[in-house]
Design a protein around this ligand. Sequence first.
Ligand code: DER
Length: 231
Amino acid sequence: AQNLGKQAAAIRAITDYVKNGQVIGIGSGSTIVYGVQELAKRVKSENLSVKCIPTSFQAQQLIIEHALPLTTLEQCPVIDVAFDGADEIDKNLTCIKGGGGCLTQEKIVAYFSRAFVVMADSSKRSDKLGTTWMKGLPIEVLPLAYKPIQQTIEKKYGGNAVLRIAQKKAGPLVTDSGNFILDWEFPLEVDLTAVANGVINIPGVLEHGLFVGMTECLYLGHQDGSVDIIN
Ligand code: DER
């Protein structure tokens, strides 16, 4: 089903930020699909020359399906602008990401971009992270170490670190990089940034889905097609 809020946010973000000659990071999820559709339209109608860097196999397929030029971080280590969705975003534009299991590559692309632009519908907006996205903070871990990591997180920080199980495959979900994901259902009173900084130092933890101080601009779309631009 079409999501008018996501579509409006995506179109506005692409309209405002995309210029000829850019290296563009392409996020993962459903909102970015509208973004890539709009990007492909603009590239064609304005004969733009752009190069796209994916944040997942899904993003790579999107780029190829829309006949957009595909490149890599090795060829283009500096990205002009990266577009991506979010599972939840608060007033400081801190995001919880990783609902789609692509958080590590997404964060790499966001980090090495001059501008990281988030596109979302109003349902993603939150006064306190963890109150609208109820599936926990995604944490990507090396499979061999998931059990001691899971136990350490629960012992040190509380909550439940749930191993994400695949939907259409027996056993745990395996990420594009061949790792597992723990969805940490954290107690609302924790200082999420402090804990995330602690978690990242546990050997075997690759990355977590808290994007702090990375969002340059949020395009928040509403069902009526209106878009709030927040930065
Ligand atoms: O998993 C992710 O980080 C995705 O970007 C996700 O947060 C966006 O999901 P949506 O665009 O399907 O709402």
